[in-house]
Design a protein around this ligand. Structure first.
Ligand code: IPD
Ligand code: CA
Ligand code: CA
Length: 272
């Protein structure tokens, strides 16, 4: 892969991160995409506009799939596609909780080539290029060496759209009882970066979109971890469920998940 793709992604994510920092310093301008939990802010839109403009200028023959709809298909058939989440963790952002990031990944014909996940508040920049390892602020990172689920710290997330349809409650409860705990940090891209750097041993979630996971998947793989669906098939970005681990607890998590799939769902509902 030409070196300049990763370098360009780092520069673009840093510029978008600067926008998020500025917006975070003032009251959030919130609107709603669907119901009252599906938020979007001025920061999401400003960040996406800047990212799309920079990618389009540098790589006019690349397609862009961006969450807020600012992307485009390319006129040429280069096979390159950027997956752009201009602000992953919008709900955290809108509440002043400093756990959010910019997530950018470049794929060619579905193969992930370069990835950046940048938290502009902690100033942690995670980067990876296919076959060249993963880094945090320029230093090589590896997934953790913990080899049992019972001594692992895990993470998951719950969707903001169609919340009642999520099957995740029983997985959340069961994995909580089998591990040191399950965090719910609210940014799938940072959750995956945390697996890559060894803070979490495993992460799973249902219903994520390509822009939520593309960068984090390459980070985990390049840090020596493993990413599949619950049946052990390679994870395809935008697939219905993702399981990303340090590799050592992968089979144990998968076998728990397979048992849980046969149990009746717990309903995610509020009392009236
Ligand atoms: C959300 C976050 C969250 C996950 C949701 C995503 P957004 O992305 O990644 O952790 O649980 O499913 O939609 O909306 O903040 O970009
Ligand atoms: Ca997201
Ligand atoms: Ca987003």
């Amino acid at each position: 892969m030409p070196e300049n793709y990763l370098q360009a992604a780092i520069e673009i994510a840093s510029e978008a991160g600067q926008i998020l920092r500025e917006e975070f310093a003032r009251p959030a301008k919130i609107s709603y995409k669907g119901d009252e939990v599906d938020l979007v802010t001025q920061a999401d839109k400003r960040s996406e506009t800047a990212i799309v403009a920079r990618i389009t200028k540098s790589f006019p023959d690349h397609a862009i799939a961006a969450e807020e709809g600012g992307g485009h298909e390319s006129a040429a058939t280069s096979g390159y596609r950027w997956h752009v989440d201009p602000l992953d963790g919008t709900t955290n952002f809108a509440h002043g909780y400093p756990c959010f990031c910019v997530s950018l990944a470049l794929a060619q014909h579905d193969s992930l080539l370069a990835a950046v996940v940048y938290n502009p508040i902690s100033e942690e920049l995670f980067a990876a290029a296919r076959g060249q390892g993963a880094t945090l602020n320029g230093n090589k990172i590896r997934a953790s060496k913990i080899a049992s689920l019972s001594t692992s710290l895990l993470c998951t997330g719950f969707p903001t759209h169609e919340r009642t349809a999520s099957p995740n409650l029983r997985y959340y409860g069961d994995f909580t009882m089998r591990s040191h705990g399950v965090r719910r940090d609210g940014s799938a891209a940072l959750d995956l970066a945390s697996v890559a750097v060894g803070r979490f041993e495993g992460f799973w979630e249902f219903g994520l979109k390509p822009w939520d996971t593309a960068a984090g998947v390459l980070l985990v793989e390049e840090a020596g971890g493993k990413v599949t669906d619950f049946s052990g098939q390679p994870y395809r970005v935008g697939g219905p469920v993702i399981l990303a681990t340090n590799g050592l607890i992968h089979d144990e998590m998968r076998s728990v998940a397979e048992k849980l799939a046969t149990r009746p769902p717990l309903e995610l509902q509020r009392t009236e």
